[in-house]
Design a protein around this ligand. Structure first.
Ligand code: DSN
Length: 419
């Protein structure tokens, strides 16, 4: 007799149910999270997880790959169509794996890279000393201008002339402004560097024309598939006619073994969703909501790094506040608003405490958040942080958050396929 998960393993089933309830009853503002559609979840939970398929479609090291070949070709073709790239490899298990493959394809140990400093919004895999990228390569960094909170390309050019990097790394996990890949390209060309864009955060905005694309300007482009792109947790790398072959070998056998074919199927489903006009409308709303949330927070007297946002996220600057990023994250968690503490440029507190709070709109926009709702969420944040010791304030906000969440269930279908 077949058993369900809850019959066979009630402990795991209960934890999954509890997490689903948490997701349903909280306002999710972590900028790197989203809610996938039912069809994406269905592909993720499919029998494709049983299959080994090392190699590429048509050139595998295992038999029985005809159906997973179909799936991987669909994912790869859709990725190329979506991004307009020459080539794509859909096998990286994550953004970190995708970035490792880029470095392996392009660099030798000891080569110099120049990336955005982690404490200014960069990413661990862009040369942090605690990450493989910082241990293997000679990592140098650019930061944000302390006055504007933005990248100053003149300063990047000076650093590139000084360090002569083999590769300039662009992209971030907490940068609220637009990337000027043309400007970076001219710096890379001047110093003879390769140019790499990690667009994990803005990928969904890039494919819908709401952020400039690095395709055609960068030698390598990587992304995750689960943030603004709203697909399954995973990675993707894209290259040019000159770099794609090396990139494919760097993914497998360079960095990984067997690809996760169930995840690749889910990527294919998500890419098809992202090719639809509804996804472009969703991305536009993500931006509208971020603008509304940022302007309301500013009106309520809070500071934002760079004074606002061009994309899906913003960084609350609590440097002058008694409340740290950790305090703010914990206070908001008590009212059902999930965020993450984040360092800010010129950070004076430890990375476990921080002076910043990162807020993003992709997940709540999937749930139907409007411009007016976004201003209301900003008010909940302001009321909570201003009244973090006032139980009456916290109880009121918690109630309003719960009402909103009840009225906006996590959607199962993101696209109207009958249209
Ligand atoms: N940890 C991810 C984020 O939250 O932005 C980046 O890898």
């Amino acid at each position: 007799m077949s058993q369900t998960l809850s019959q066979q393993d009630p402990a795991v089933a209960a934890a999954i149910d509890a997490e689903l309830n948490r997701q349903a009853s909280d306002v999710e503002l972590i900028a790197s999270e989203n809610y996938v559609s039912g069809p994406v979840l269905e592909a993720l939970g499919s029998a494709l997880t049983n299959k080994y398929a090392e190699g590429l479609p048509g050139r595998r090291y295992y038999g029985g790959c005809e159906h997973v070949d179909t799936v991987e070709r669909l994912a790869r073709d859709r990725a190329k169509q979506l991004f307009g790239s020459y080539g794509a490899n859909v096998q990286p298990h994550s953004g970190a794996s995708a970035n490792a493959a880029v470095y392996l394809a392009a660099l030798k140990p000891g080569d110099t890279i120049l990336g955005l400093d982690l404490s200014h919004g960069g990413h661990l895999t862009h040369g942090s000393p605690v990450n493989m990228s910082g241990k293997t390569y000679n990592a140098t960094f650019y930061g944000l201008d302390p006055q504007t909170g933005r990248i100053d390309l003149d300063r990047v050019r000076d650093l590139a002339r000084e360090h002569r990097p083999r590769m300039i790394v662009t992209g971030a996990s907490a940068y609220a402004r637009t990337w000027d890949w043309g400007g970076f390209r001219s710096i890379a060309d001047e110093v003879g560097a390769l140019l790499f864009a990690d667009i994990a955060h803005v990928a969904g905005l890039v494919v819908t024309g709401h952020h400039p694309s690095p395709i055609g300007l960068c030698d390598y482009v990587s992304t995750t598939t689960h943030k603004t792109l709203r697909g399954p947790r995973g990675g993707l790398v894209m290259g040019t006619q000159g770099t794609m072959k090396g990139l494919n070998s760097a993914v497998f056998p360079g960095c990984q073994g067997g690809p996760l074919m169930h995840v690749i199927a889910a990527k294919a489903v998500a890419f098809a969703e992202a090719l639809r006009p509804e996804f472009a409308a969703y991305s536009a709303q993500v931006l509208t909501n971020a603008q509304a949330m940022a302007s309301q927070l500013l009106e309520r007297g809070f500071s934002l790094v760079s004074d606002g946002t061009d994309n899906h996220l913003m960084l609350l600057d609590l440097s002058e506040s008694e409340l740290s990023g950790k305090d703010a994250e914990e206070a908001l968690s008590r009212v059902g608003i999930t965020t993450n503490k984040n360092t800010v440029p010129g950070e004076r507190r430890s990375p476990f405490v921080t002076s910043g709070l990162r807020l993003g709109t992709p997940a709540m926009t999937t749930r139907g958040m409007t411009r007016e709702d976004s201003r209301r969420v900003a008010d909940w944040i302001a009321d909570t942080l201003n009244g973090s010791t006032d139980e009456a304030v916290l109880a009121r906000v918690r109630g309003e958050v719960a009402d909103w969440c009840r009225d906006h269930p996590i959607p199962v279908n993101h696209i109207d396929w009958s249209a």
